[in-house]
Design a protein around this ligand. Sequence first.
Ligand code: AR6
Length: 172
Amino acid sequence: MIGSSPQLAVVRADITTLAIDAIVNAANGSLLGGGGVDGAIHRAAGRELLAACEKLGGCATGDAKATPGFKLPAKWVFHAVGPVWNGGGHQEDARLAGCYRRCLELAREHACASVAFPAISTGVYRFPLERAAKIAVATVRETIAASGVTRVVFCSFNENAEEIYRDLLSAS
Ligand code: AR6
């Protein structure tokens, strides 16, 4: 684990393995599962997660909704819907920032002290990784104080993402 701030850290891990108050899912608007990290979370949490998601009625891009973690070590899952990258002129940055902001609001509502985020939108949705990571770190830095969260983990799935987050966290 590496990070210059006591509140923000980067880990390289499968997010489904983290024992933490809440993990964030990079979902789609249906909230009914998919590939990537979404598929991994649904597989690890078990069928009860899909049943809980079915009751949520979908979710807008830039927003997030909470369910329990069921069989996951995490207590909660915050299902965030990131934007599909479409060149940058379609409010992609603002919508991505909205995901991080909303998840920290959900953390406050559910009294979570620790939250782990994957790099939302940077897989199937093709958001450029470095640009996404900058937005992630900046938005968390802006909003963490109001959330009551004491620890945010940026969960990287590969070495490249880990290095990008490490550089961003070591910059003031
Ligand atoms: N743990 C942590 N990070 C992961 C994991 C994992 N187990 N698996 C993948 N990643 P993606 P998106 C990283 O494609 O771009 C789904 O079908 C991955 O390396 O999962 O937001 C949804 O249902 C990448 O950096 O999500 C949506 O339809 C990041 O997670 C759509 O994909 C996000 O990649 C959402 O696309």
